[in-house]
Design a protein. Structure first.
Length: 362
């Protein structure tokens, strides 16, 4: 695995992101490291029970299958497999266990194979000092490259250490949010019942919805599951069409996954029908520092300069950066001096502006 790729993962771990934001971000970066169909992460509670999950694909069927497995109370192939996963003490693959645990093979045939997952590497994550179990990383493989080589498993174990540090360094303070990279479109009738959704919109709606891990089903086709949705609907329908509002009415939703924005607008009916439809743009908000992370690579700095520059732009003081990177204060000052000269800037504000305003090369 190349040093720049490892550097990007380390950068994410140093940002102090809330864990529910850090995990999706690092799973995206893993596609540059280990080939896979998709990456999944399960959290664990103090009793070592799997309690939450993030699957990065827009395949809501597989996500719902995982949720059903986590929430089942019966003693079946689902609960047996979840118990097995939650007690792993080292990385292993589903291939390695088919002959040992029949219920795992059955679980895989029922849920994983229909989704195109031929083999999965399970990598438990432990706290670096207390050894407390934090969760399990799962990397899913398609048929044409199903095997995990010894080198890949070593890389995944090293990545597990990075993920552990990122979770341990999760920020304890509120973070400034901005428009995120992930958004989708929903279309409802004028009563708020969902009629259409693109795949990403459906995925975000699933993440934004409450009570995801209860056996009791939540009707995500009725957007009234969100507090304040009726007020949003009223604003959309009753706004003066001849004197429209400057901004489309917006509802902000917060849960364990972070913040989501539902921005509504009235759709113009071109079919001369009396039915009225509402468009909803659903967007996953991301911390401002994550926006900087996504964009700083367009400045083409060296890996070390990029890391120092990112932490500097994120607001960290020189000594804080030195402590995070285990470097001297003098070295950090020297890096920032070189970055400033290379980019012809004079301040932290200049660096932020450059990161946000520079257009990627075509």
């Amino acid at each position: 695995m190349s040093k720049p790729v490892f550097c990007r993962l380390e950068q994410l771990a140093h940002l102090g992101l809330p864990s529910q934001t850090f995990i999706p971000a690092i799973l995206q970066e893993l596609h540059h490291v280990i080939p896979s169909i998709a990456n999944t992460f399960c959290w664990q509670d103090d009793g070592d029970e799997l309690t939450n999950i993030y699957d990065e694909t827009a395949n809501t069927d597989i996500h719902k299958s995982f949720v059903r497995s986590l929430s089942t109370q019966s003693s079946d192939k689902y609960s047996h497999t979840i118990q097995w996963v939650s007690k792993l003490d080292s990385s292993t693959t589903s291939f390695d266990n088919f002959g040992k645990c029949p219920f795992i093979a059955e679980f895989y045939k029922t849920i994983m194979l229909p989704a195109g997952y031929t083999n999965t590497c399970f990598v438990p994550i432990f706290h670096t000092s207390s050894n407390k179990r934090l969760g399990v990383l799962m990397v899913h493989r398609p048929k044409h490259n199903a095997d995990f080589s010894p080198d890949e498993q070593l890389h995944l174990n090293a990545i597990a250490d990075i993920i552990a540090r990122g979770i341990e360094e999760a920020g304890k303070f509120a973070v400034s949010m901005t428009e995120g990279w992930s958004q989708g479109l929903l279309i409802t009738d004028n009563s708020g019942h969902l009629e259409y959704a693109c795949s990403v919109g459906d995925k975000l709606l699933s993440l934004a919805s409450p009570s995801r891990f209860s056996e009791q089903a939540v009707d995500t086709n009725d957007l009234h599951i969100f507090d304040g949705f009726q007020q949003l609907l009223n604003k959309i329908i009753h706004q003066n069409k001849h004197n429209p509002q400057e901004n489309d009415p917006t509802l902000t939703i917060s849960n364990d996954w972070g913040q989501f924005q539902l921005r509504g607008f009235l759709l113009q009916n071109k079919a001369e029908s009396n039915s009225q439809q509402i468009g909803i743009n659903i967007r996953w908000q991301e911390p401002f520092v994550l926006t900087l992370f996504h964009r700083i690579k367009i400045l083409h700095l060296t890996p070390r300069q990029e890391t120092v520059g990112l932490l500097y732009a994120a607001g960290d003081q020189y000594q804080t950066i030195a402590d995070k990177l285990d470097l001297s204060l003098y070295t950090i000052k020297d890096h920032i001096k070189n970055i400033s000269a290379r980019l012809e800037i004079n301040s932290r504000a200049d660096l932020i502006e450059l990161i946000l305003c520079t257009k990627p090369a075509e």
